[in-house]
Ligand binder design. Structure first.
Ligand SMILES: NC(=O)c1ccc[n+]([C@@H]2O[C@H](COP(=O)([O-])OP(=O)(O)OC[C@H]3O[C@@H](n4cnc5c(N)ncnc54)[C@H](OP(=O)(O)O)[C@@H]3O)[C@@H](O)[C@H]2O)c1
Length: 288
């Protein structure tokens, strides 16, 4: 099968490239290679290459969207729509990534958002990602929307992806205790997406590791994997509230997700985030 991956140099794009290149003919396009907001270039490339599957990993990130709302709309909505239109022209499938931040995070503890829940984003990233999902679904009949959440893996310097290295180097860190979500090992995301594609069941999926964590829980778990003692954990990880950090964009407070569509088509539950961290930390040290 021929596949094109757009936004291929990001965290998810790199892993999807690695994963899908093992079994398919993959054309890998980074932002430098092709800007998805360039409608004509998108159309030309997709019409010329005629892939069976298009994967959209391109995105403008959470805080950047708040700082550049008009660019956020261009990339996250118009760019996604450009890909959907070109996919539809040649009857290709489109796999479009989206986010837990389409939800407002106001649910009660120990519950999970499903696709039956009404999206109500609270920041520009969430609003543009939701509008992007809707544009994709209205233009391309053969589209999969894959919402994921708090992704970690090799290739991006985010809190979740680097916290184990900070702790291992005895660097003190601050970790937020009052934001909760599902977290997702990028390798598990790629593997589950691969399984979903087999069913050709065009729908919205929530692809995340099982369980719920805060950033603080995640950091403590990483420390435990590294066999750091409880006393050292208390010394190294400072619990803070999100109001102490004041990120540029407001974050929804509580957005764990569950995938009812995967359950309906008979896919096994994804493994727990704690098990995934163990594999990730091993893989990260092996890769360096
Ligand atoms: N990472 C997470 O925790 C997370 C959570 C939930 C959902 N997701 C979703 O997963 C998907 C991938 O996210 P990610 O974490 O891999 O993001 P990322 O690491 O920020 O990568 C995004 C990539 O998109 C590229 N890009 C930006 N604007 C573009 C444009 N106009 N045309 C082509 N490429 C463009 C960026 O290139 P430049 O950097 O060169 O601009 C970058 O390589 C997104 O749909 C995101 O919403 C991610």
């Amino acid at each position: 099968m021929q596949v094109i991956i757009f936004g291929a140099s990001g965290l998810v794009g790199k892993e999807f490239t690695r994963h899908f290149s093992n079994k398919h003919e993959v054309l890998v396009l980074t932002h430098d290679d092709l800007d998805i907001t360039d409608r004509q270039a998108v159309k030309r490339t997709i019409h010329n290459e005629r892939p069976a599957l298009i994967i959209n990993c391109a995105v403008l990130g959470v805080d950047a969207c708040e700082l550049e709302p008009s660019r956020a709309w261009d990339v996250n909505v118009c760019g996604a729509e450009n890909l959907a239109q070109a996919a539809s022209d040649i009857d290709a499938e489109l796999l479009h990534l989206s986010t837990n931040y389409v939800f407002d995070g106001k649910r009660e503890a120990d519950s999970f958002y499903t696709i039956e829940d009404f999206p109500a984003p609270i920041n520009i990233y969430g609003r543009t990602k939701l509008a992007g999902e809707r544009a994709v679904m209205s233009v391309c009949k053969r589209s999969f929307i894959v919402r994921t959440s708090w992704v970690f893996g090799v290739g991006k310097k985010t809190f979740l992806s680097t916290v184990h290295r900070s702790l291992n180097a005895e660097r003190r860190i601050r970790a937020i205790t009052d934001l909760w979500a599902s977290s997702t090992y990028v390798r598990d995301l790629a593997e589950r997406v691969d399984e979903i594609l087999l069913y050709q069941h065009y729908s919205t999926y929530h692809v995340v590791n099982s369980g719920i964590c805060s950033y603080y829980d995640f950091a403590v778990e990483a420390a435990k994997v590294l066999r750091i003692s409880d006393t050292r954990i208390t010394h190294l990880i400072e619990p803070v509230k999100v109001s102490d950090i004041q990120p540029v964009a407001q974050r929804p407070r509580y957005t764990p997700m569950r995938c009812t569509v995967s359950e309906e088509i008979g896919l096994a539950p994804m493994r727990d985030w704690r098990t995934a961290i163990v594999d990730y930390i091993r893989a990260d040290y092996r890769s360096s």
